[in-house]
Design a protein around this ligand. Structure first.
Ligand SMILES: C[S@@+](CC[C@H](N)C(=O)[O-])C[C@H]1O[C@@H](n2cnc3c(N)ncnc32)[C@H](O)[C@@H]1O
Length: 208
């Protein structure tokens, strides 16, 4: 199981944004949409072993988190507008629960931010992604249960970074340049995909 928690420091939890102008009417929800696509979708399909959380903390007093579970999600199209529509519909679901409440297959909503995600992460290896972290390529990564935290276009607010740092084993970097959130997720998936493929490839003579 691979999990990505993307924190939108300005992203709105209100469904009243405009699909024709997502970036400037939603607190840059477009950054999170692209992160969702990179985290959950592959060409013509979904990653069934991946879960993406979008933390919408644009208005701190009504911070809301959406959970997208690739094992159960259906009919997710990759374009920004379709993903924004899915999110808009999910945000129309009234929710005051600190625990995740199902909205539709594979999608759930909870009131609260990173703290709403924490009960789901017990036992998992948690990593903050940061360009100044240790090199992902050299890091031991648990392929069975691993969590990555990412910021949006502004990075993490100080209090959010402090909250995440108490949970995380190591900060990891995918390289020396500051990249877009969705590109970082694609690189992390790729690294895990490659390790998985290597682990499952039979090495000739290995079975004798
Ligand atoms: C566009 S970057 C944030 C840039 C922001 N100005 C800052 O200084 O944090 C979005 C997120 O992607 C992740 N990120 C960006 N570049 C990275 C890198 N080279 N390695 C690991 N994570 C990275 C971080 O989680 C970051 O918060």
């Amino acid at each position: 199981m691979r999990r990505f928690v993307i924190v939108g420091s300005k992203a709105t939890a209100s469904p009243d944004f405009l699909l024709v102008d997502i970036p400037s009417t939603s607190g840059r929800l477009d950054v999170l949409l692209r992160g969702l696509r990179a985290g959950l979708l592959v060409s013509h399909g979904l990653r069934r072993d991946s879960v993406v959380y979008l933390v919408l903390q644009g208005e701190r007093e009504r911070t809301t988190t959406l959970r997208f579970d690739g094992a159960a999600a259906r009919y997710m199209r990759p374009d920004d507008r379709s993903l924004a529509t899915v999110i808009q519909k999910a945000l129309r679901t009234p929710c005051e629960s600190a625990e995740f409440v199902p909205v539709r297959a594979g999608i759930a909503i909870a009131r609260g931010g990173v703290e709403a995600v924490l009960p789901e992460l017990s036992g998992a290896a948690c990593h903050l992604l940061d360009e100044h972290g240790a090199d992902l390529r050299d890091a031991p990564l648990d392929p069975n249960d691993i969590v990555f935290f990412l910021g949006d276009h502004l990075g993490f607010a100080d209090d959010t970074r402090a909250q995440i740092t108490t949970l995380t084993a190591t900060a990891l970097s995918v390289g020396p340049r500051s990249l877009h959130t969705e590109d970082v997720i694609a690189i992390v998936h790729n690294e895990l995909d490659r390790r998985e493929a290597r682990a499952t490839t039979q090495i000739p003579g290995d079975d004798v």
